[in-house]
Design a protein around this ligand. Structure first.
Ligand code: COA
Length: 149
């Protein structure tokens, strides 16, 4: 599989929304994606397999201390090919550039595949957030402390 990573372009919005709809449980209005891109364009990254959008990552910066991963999804047929890891590593590089001390994210407590993925990328559970999601499910906060480069 030939994989490339690019910055998100708004012309890709409908594909990104479809990947989010199929692979993430929370629903977001279309304008949310564009707002996220405006706030931190270099960290809104798309993984392409040939000409097909296979996954994406996006996030924000809270204050000057931490970066947050807001969405990470790889479409099912493209998983286990290193695309999620590639997106994560590029996101981390962007977080290093803005000199935040850590990356934070929330994940459903029953999403064991994602929790394991994050642990394998250096994240640890730091908090439990009861009823965090719209359907009443709990979340873990996971954090990765960034080593200064
Ligand atoms: C979590 C997620 C983004 C991972 O994406 P991915 O592209 O499958 O990630 P990778 O391929 O880099 O890694 C996944 C696993 O495949 C393995 N892998 C990577 N390349 C591989 C290869 N060429 N052959 C076999 N296995 C491989 C990795 O070791 C990894 O194992 P791990 O999860 O135990 O660390 C994806 O499962 C997903 O979109 N899940 C649904 C959405 C979701 O839950 N998002 C997080 C919300 S907080």
């Amino acid at each position: 599989m030939f994989v490339q990573f690019r910055l998100f372009n708004p012309s890709q919005l409908s594909d990104i929304i479809e990947i989010a709809r199929k692979n993430l449980t929370e629903r977001y209005n279309d304008f949310v994606y564009l707002d996220i891109q405006k706030s931190w364009p270099s960290a809104f990254i798309v993984g392409m397999s040939d000409q097909t959008i296979a996954g994406f990552i996006c996030g924000g910066i809270s204050g000057d201390k931490e970066a947050r991963i807001l969405m990470l999804a790889v479409d099912t047929p493209f998983r286990h090919n290193g695309i999620g890891s590639g997106l994560m590593s590029l996101f981390e590089q962007e977080a290093q550039k803005v000199k935040v001390g850590k990356i934070r994210l929330e994940v459903r407590t029953d999403n064991l595949e994602a929790i394991n993925f994050y642990k394998n990328h250096g994240f640890a559970v730091s908090n439990l957030l009861p009823s965090y999601y719209n359907d009443g499910s709990d979340a873990y906060t996971m954090e990765k402390i960034l080593v200064k480069t």
